[in-house]
Every structure is written in structure tokens, then in C-alpha cells.
Design a protein around this ligand. Structure first.
Ligand code: ATP
Length: 366
């Protein structure tokens, strides 16, 4: 099912004593989600992710704008008539019901032409349980399950009505690191198997990047960038997006362009022939540094951490806006443990941003 958001805006009345103006939680969001895609809605706390999801689910009404599921304008429909499956961070299972009864619950309330016979319901519940691989837990109560298992039950319960759209709000937040990894792969598998258009809200960029067909990066209610995870990582439109994606984070320096060269401090570190003279933020991905004895950028070495596959070189530079400069290099490289480490920069891993608007300044990579 294709989902279309048209100029979606949600304002909440400002109630704070010091701040009376409305909070614009979602600001003019327009986006078409093709049938069968998994979209990751991503951004820091308070950027409007949950509000967007709640608008799509119908739990809250937009101030303006429309929402379509395919041809259907669902903007004024209540949640129960939209054909959605919802999964929240806290699994919200009924504690006194077994897993089977929890999964059956949404089917028991179907009315009119949607009503199912007892055996149809049982079959559907088993199918949904099979998708999330919990068939052997059907007679247990929620408190007898691990967090990961409870979340699977919640997903099965969301799938049992065969929703047109699946909405997941931070579904992995209550799980420990290992389970998170496992469960996110599960969600991807289930989504691929069922082909249900899915919107997944998270503040964890790695999570969103790893399972989404496309990500939407939001800030203060405004969409910053939409694209395939790799495209957004490789081509951030502004400094906010560049900083939000990637671990370790991108290294940002105060820089200057003079006569077609990028300067960090007094060192000319890169040719940027087509960029006019100006002050810039120069941002370098951790994998954009190449240790080289005659490299143009010099940093004061503070540590070298061997991490198996890679080496993390930690250093300092006066122009760095991050507390430390972090370079990730392959183990085939040698870093002499002197006081100074010199780097060449990979042009494709360096981005320039305006210091006023923080928008990207394109330059030709030679
Ligand atoms: P988090 O990751 O912390 O859940 P989020 O990105 O999901 O954050 P939202 O919950 O959508 O953010 O909130 C967006 C903005 O709208 C915030 O500034 C929040 O304070 C405000 N907001 C959300 N719900 C309400 C409400 N019912 N009344 C007033 N303001 C609200």
C-alpha cells in the first residue's frame, strides 16, 4: 500500500509559561512512500517522529495537510478504520491473557463483513506467530517471556489483522544490545516476507540505516533529507545531517577556502578549485583520513586503538570542533607513535558547509 503525506502539519498549543507560541511538531511534510518500502523516520528527541507516526495512524489529527493510503484519503478516518498495525516501545500486551489470546484479541473485535470464524481466527493467529517464530510460546503469559519475545508477540498482534501499513515506534528501545540487533534483522525479514509498507521510528541512526529502504532525517519538525541510507551518508545536504549519521561521528573543523584550496589552520589540505573564497565548516568522515608521512594535515596524536578489523587513530587539532579527531583506518596502515600524525584526505569523504546556513557547498572531486 502506497502512503502519501501531503503538506502534513501538526501544531500543538504552547502552554509553557515562557513560551506561548504553538509548537510546530511536524511542519509541511510531503512524501510518497511506495508500496512495500520500509521507511526509517530518524532524528533527535523531540524532532517530530512520533507525531508523524501518530498522524499516519490516526491517533492524532493534523492541523493541516492530507494523508492517503493508495487512493483512499484516510485523513479523517479513526485509527481502527485505517487498516494499520501499530507496535510501540513498551509492548503493551495484556498481562492476564496468554500469547495466543493476545494475538487473537484484535480479530475478536472485527465486525460485519470482516468477522472471522473461530477456526479462521486460530489459523491467522498461528500464521502471525509463525512469522515471528513464537509458535511454541502460545500458551505462556507475557511475564513468562523475555523482552525480545514480548516484542515479537506485539509484532504478531499487529500483523494478525493483515494491516495495509505497519507502524513501529522505537520498537527495539527496551531490548539489550544483542537482542536489538537480532530483532531488527527479524523485522526486516518479516517486512520483506509480508511486503507490508512499514514506517519505523527511531533516534538510532545505525538502526535506521541498517534496515531501511529509505530514511527520512527530521529536525524540529522539518524534513531535512530523504534518501537511501548510503546516499544520504555519502551526500548530506547540510551539517546537521552529516553530523547525525555515522559512528564515530564526522569530524568537523573550522576551515577557510583561499585561492581554490581548503585550509585547516595554516595547512592547505585539499584542492577545491571551484569554491569561492570564504570561511567554511570542513567535515571529514572518520574513514576519510589516510595516514601519510607527507600528508598535509597534521594532528597531535593522543591514542591508537586497534579494533580487530580497523585501527582508530585519536588525535587533536586546534581547528577541530569535535573534542577529538577520530580517524578509522585499515590495519594494513602503519601509524608511527610519534607526537604528530600526518594525514592526506580522501576528497569524496570531505564535505564543506556554509558557516551561516550550514548548507552544503558542492565542489568537484578530482
Ligand atoms: P522522541 O524521540 O523523544 O519520542 P519525537 O521526535 O518522537 O521525540 P515528538 O514526540 O513527535 O518527537 O514531539 C515533537 C514536538 O512536539 C516536541 O517538541 C514535543 O514537545 C511536542 N509535542 C508532542 N506531543 C505534544 C502534545 N500532545 N502537546 C504539546 N506538545 C507536544
Amino acid at each position: 500500500m502506497e502512503v502519501i503525506l501531503q503538506n502534513l502539519t501538526k501544531k500543538f498549543p504552547g502552554r509553557d509559561r515562557k513560551r506561548r507560541e504553538d509548537v510546530i511538531a511536524v511542519n509541511d511534510f510531503t512524501f510518497e512512500i511506495p508500496d512495500g518500502e520500509l521507511i526509517g523516520l530518524l532524528g533527535p528527541s523531540g524532532c517530530g517522529k512520533s507525531t508523524t507516526l501518530n498522524l499516519i495512524s490516526g491517533l492524532i489529527k493534523p492541523t493541516s495537510g492530507r494523508i492517503f493510503f493508495g487512493e483512499d484519503d484516510v485523513t479523517d478516518l479513526p485509527p481502527e478504520n485505517r487498516g494499520i498495525g501499530l507496535v510501540f516501545q513498551n509492548y503493551a500486551l495484556y498481562p492476564h491473557l496468554t500469547v495466543r489470546q493476545n494475538i487473537l484479541f484484535p480479530l475478536e473485535n472485527l465486525k460485519g463483513k470482516d468477522r472471522l470464524t473461530k477456526s479462521q481466527m486460530a489459523e491467522r493467529a498461528l500464521q502471525a506467530a509463525g512469522l515471528v517464530q513464537i509458535e511454541e510460546l502460545m500458551e505462556r503469559k507475557p511475564k513468562e517471556l523475555s523482552g525480545g519475545q514480548q516484542q515479537r508477540v506485539a509484532i504478531a498482534r499487529a500483523l494478525v489483522k493483515r494491516p495495509r501499513v505497519l507502524l513501529l515506534d522505537e520498537p527495539l528501545s527496551n531490548l539489550d544490545a544483542r537482542l536489538r540487533l537480532q530483532t531488527r534483522e527479524e523485522i526486516r525479514r518479516i517486512q520483506k516476507e509480508t511486503g507490508i509498507t512499514t514506517i519505523f521510528v527511531t533516534h538510532d541512526q545505525e538502526e535506521a540505516m541498517s534496515i531501511s529502504d529509505r530514511i527520512v532525517v527530521m529536525r524540529d519538525g522539518v524534513v531535512q533529507q530523504i534518501g537511501k541510507p548510503q546516499e544520504v551518508y555519502d551526500n548530506p545536504v547540510n551539517l546537521f545531517v552529516a553530523k547525525f549519521l555515522g559512528t564515530p561521528p564526522i569530524n568537523v573543523f573550522d576551515g577557510r577556502v583561499r585561492g581554490g584550496k581548503l585550509y585547516i589552520g595554516e595547512e592547505a589540505v585539499l584542492d577545491v578549485a571551484d569554491v569561492p573564497d570564504q570561511s567554511v565548516y570542513a567535515a571529514v568522515r572518520p574513514e576519510g583520513f589516510l595516514p601519510a608521512g607527507d600528508g598535509p594535515l597534521s594532528c597531535a596524536l593522543t591514542g591508537v586503538e586497534v579494533m580487530g578489523r580497523d585501527i582508530s587513530v585519536v588525535s587533536k587539532n586546534k581547528a577541530s570542533l569535535n573534542p577529538a579527531v577520530r580517524a578509522i583506518i585499515g590495519t594494513e596502515n602503519r601509524v608511527d607513535r610519534g607526537a604528530i600524525v600526518r594525514f592526506a584526505l580522501k576528497p569524496g569523504k570531505v564535505f564543506l558547509f556554509r558557516t551561516d546556513s550550514e548548507q552544503r557547498i558542492p565542489f568537484e572531486v578530482k
